[in-house]
Write a protein that binds this ligand. Structure first.
Ligand SMILES: [Zn+2]
Length: 85
């Protein structure tokens, strides 16, 4: 069974974005293909914008989540995570 953190952690940095946390107001939220909730905090959203050159879409967030915590693997630059785009 996959664990779903109740802290609503950001997929980029792992910090909690739940209601009442410092990151809550700026977080983005979507759901993955399996219905699992995906959260992205404002800081990581900014990093994603500079990486993608635009506001990350829900699909982008799903991709970030799929590659695991740590935007570094996604935003590390060419060659950091070679794969289908
Ligand atoms: Zn984050």
């Amino acid at each position: 069974m996959t664990s779903t953190p109740s802290a609503e952690t950001c997929v980029g940095c792992g910090r909690p974005t739940r209601s009442g946390s410092a990151l809550f107001s700026d977080r983005r939220y979507t759901r993955g293909e399996d219905g699992a909730p995906i959260f992205l905090c404002g800081d990581c959203n900014e990093r994603a914008i500079s990486h993608f050159g635009r506001q990350p879409t829900d699909r982008d967030m799903v991709q970030i989540a799929a590659r695991g915590a740590g935007l570094g693997s996604v935003l590390g630059g060419p060659g950091a995570g070679a794969g289908p785009v």
